[in-house]
Design a protein around this ligand. Structure first.
Ligand SMILES: *Cc1c(COP(=O)(O)O)cnc(C)c1O
Length: 478
């Protein structure tokens, strides 16, 4: 037989597209990713097989000759589809040592919040429908009572994030007017969120009082003599701290001035906490309830920082002011959807039982984790790193400090343990070797994200709970 003829008969070994698509794995795959997408990938694989045969590739021909050929090809198509069609938002191991990491999506949600969220996503809901009257309702209704209970406020509303909460509050209460704020609180939170810019975007103008390090009640009081101030604002300097010769004015003192001048006091708490964290052995931050009790008329805070819920901005305070905020057309532009509201509700419900919170809320579970347990974990997983990285990196276990992140208590660190990798390389090559090493971990099917410090790669294990899952990933290291 001539070579051409022989190849023709090998072509007959390639299964038809129809036959392949009837294979169980591909039926399941097609349901998951869509029939058309799987068909396209199948055609690509068949084209590849034809090319191999035309090149008389011995290995391909022997694979095609096997009895399991059809199911093997279907498996290959399924693997390619899973890889090509998987979501570009992929879970990662956060071993950076920063528990609430904005770039890594901040808080992981509690399972009960995820269940609530999924239910809301899968079905139509009574989001803005009053079941009692059969009329249009308000999407804040489901969440408002709980938020009021937990914060001691009269009213509450929820928007897309805390940046939106601040913007909306300023725009609703002081558009075209002056807002007095301490020079020590004209902060940048990150990205383009800088208080002076937000103020301008909200249509307000800034009235700066005091100095960078010291501001007194008197400075606020004299603002009213110099100009028509419509609002007092306090911003918690969440991601840094001024040390030394400093002084600032508390909400309580500001509240009495605000009452006297008949203007509202708003407080941007940033990482607002709903409970006193000292009961879990963590450093304490003023809670939202404290700040409301101190007399702030409006408090804004994030849902996905210390609170441990989905990305939202929460606004609580007086009924009258929340009413003004809710009737601003911007509120509609910044509102949250039903799945987010459900996740927030699922998270807030956990706060009704503070005793079980530290094991039910992932963020708190991470923050309260015992340093000895983390160290024991390091000893369990380090040997595999040693074996796999022999000649590439020196592996050690070291004590380190984790931080909360996202601006919460920036100076309060928590003792933890890391697996530390120091690349083995010539002196001039060490940085390149380090970058390459870090990249190889970032490129795993489930990426492992560490922190580079002092020429070494640190994997802080505070947020690692499933060590077997991590060890399985290491097998993919190239
Ligand atoms: C984080 C933070 C914000 C922004 O909150 P997002 O939820 O990221 O929008 C605003 N103000 C303060 C004080 C913050 O700490």
């Amino acid at each position: 037989m001539s070579k051409a003829n022989k190849n023709t008969s090998f072509y007959n070994l390639i299964p038809s597209l129809d036959k392949l698509m009837r294979e169980d794995v591909l039926v399941v795959c097609a349901e998951k990713f869509g029939h058309q997408s799987i068909k396209l990938i199948a055609q690509e694989v068949l084209g590849y097989l034809r090319e191999k045969i035309s090149a008389s590739d011995v290995e391909t021909i022997s694979v095609l000759g096997k009895e399991s050929a059809v199911s093997d090809i279907a498996e290959e198509i399924c693997a390619r589809a899973t890889n090509a069609l998987k979501s570009p938002i992929t879970p990662v191991f956060n071993l950076t040592g920063t528990v609430i990491h904005t770039n890594l999506g901040r808080a992981a949600l509690a399972p009960s919040a995820v269940v609530a969220m999924t239910q809301a996503a899968e079905q139509t809901t009574n989001l803005e429908y009053d079941l009692e009257t059969g009329k249009r309702g308000d999407r804040d209704t489901v969440i408002e009572g709980l938020l009021c209970d937990l914060t001691g406020s009269e009213a509450a509303t929820v928007v897309n994030n805390n940046a939106a909460a601040v913007l909306l509050t300023l725009n609703s209460l002081a558009r075209g007017k002056k807002v007095a704020i301490s020079r020590g609180e004209l902060v940048e939170i990150g990205g383009a969120f800088r208080i002076p810019e937000v103020m301008t975007t909200a249509g307000c103008s800034l009235f700066e009082v005091g100095t960078t390090n010291r501001t007194h009640l008197n400075d606020y009081a004299s603002a009213f003599e110099l100009d028509e101030v419509a609002l007092l604002m306090k911003v918690h300097s969440s991601n840094y701290e001024i040390k030394g010769f400093t002084s600032s004015v508390s909400e309580r003192e500001l509240a009495s001035l605000a009452r006297q001048k008949d203007v509202p006091l708003i407080s941007d708490l940033g990482s607002g906490s709903l409970i006193n964290l000292s009961r879990y052995g963590l450093p304490s931050e003023p809670t939202v309830k404290d700040v409301i009790a101190d007399g702030a008329n409006i408090v804004t805070f994030s849902g996905d920082k210390l609170l441990g819920g989905p990305q939202v901005g929460i606004i609580v305070g007086s009924k009258k002011l929340i009413g003004q905020i809710k009737s601003n057309p911007l509120k509609r532009a910044l509102r949250v959807d039903k799945t987010i509201l459900a996740a927030l509700l699922g998270t807030l419900r956990l706060y009704q039982d503070p005793a079980s919170l530290s094991h039910r809320l992932p963020i708190l579970r991470n923050l309260t984790r015992n340093a000895d347990d983390i160290q024991a974990l390091a000893h369990e997983i380090a040997p595999k790193f040693v074996t796999l990285l022999s000649g590439i990196a020196i592996v050690t276990i070291e004590d380190c400090m984790s931080q909360i992140g996202s601006g919460a208590l920036p100076l309060d660190l928590m003792p933890s343990s890391s697996v530390v990798l120091a690349p083995v390389a010539e002196k001039g090559q060490r940085d390149i070797a380090l970058q390459k090493l870090a990249k190889s971990f970032r490129c795993l099917p489930k990426p492992i994200i560490g922190r580079i410090s002092d020429g070494r790669l640190f994997f802080d294990l505070r947020c690692l709970w499933d060590k077997d899952e991590l060890l399985a990933q290491l097998d993919f290291l190239k």
